[in-house]
Ligand binder design. Structure first.
Ligand SMILES: O=CN(O)CCNC(=O)c1cccc(Cl)c1Cl
Ligand code: NI
Length: 187
């Protein structure tokens, strides 16, 4: 079971490496890893389990954060609207790839956090508001999906991880709360 002890922190070189593509269909070890990454996210969002296991909450996780330099990410973003269960996303992506993205940009009003960063880094992380992502699932099936708003932001944060990019690389140091016109602020 993955716990916080398995997560490497900033300064560890693996967080700055470009991770390697995995064989498709994923081998058993990579399938198992994906399952454990998704379970970690679910545990981290369960108040009892999170307390019992001392987990910080997370909506995404990338294999490099476990010192595994492979292009595997997991996302578990519950839908905020029970009437629209499809508005959340819960999946493991192998070799995810952003095929295209909107010109329109977006950021989270509260900024972003990272389990590999043991400090608050204030500032807007401006990303594409909408993305089209292709990825392979645990069975080796290819998917092509369009994401927007919070789901799109989270997947971009995770794909950054497999490219050695940290969320604060996107923050304008001189003026972290600067917002260009037209950037959608997501709350
Ligand atoms: O790489 C994944 N993590 O570090 C897990 C912890 N961070 C989050 O869940 C998180 C928090 C805020 C905004 C975004 Cl986009 C994300 Cl992803
Ligand atoms: Ni992160």
């Amino acid at each position: 079971m993955i716990t916080m002890d398995d997560i490497i922190r900033e300064g560890h070189p693996t967080l700055r490496a470009v991770a390697k593509e995995v064989p498709i269909p994923p081998v058993a070890e990579d399938v198992e890893l994906g399952k454990e990454m998704l379970q970690f996210l679910k545990n981290s969002q369960d108040p009892e389990k999170a307390e019992e296991l001392h987990l910080r909450g997370g909506v995404g996780l990338a294999a490099p954060q476990l010192d595994i330099s492979k292009r595997i990410i997991a996302v578990h973003v519950p839908s905020i609207d029970p009437e629209k269960p499809e508005s959340g996303i819960s999946t493991v992506m192998y070799n995810p790839k952003i095929l295209s993205h909107s010109v329109q940009e977006a950021c989270l009003g509260e900024g972003e956090g990272c389990l590999s960063v043991d400090r608050e880094v204030p500032g807007y992380v401006v990303r594409a508001a909408r993305i089209t992502v292709s990825y392979f699932d645990a069975e080796g099936e290819k998917h092509k999906i369009r994401l927007k708003n919070y789901n799109a932001i989270v997947v971009q944060h995770e794909i950054d991880h497999i490219n050695g990019i940290m969320f604060y690389d996107h923050i304008d140091e001189k003026n972290p709360l600067k917002l260009k016109d037209g950037v959608l602020v997501i709350d």
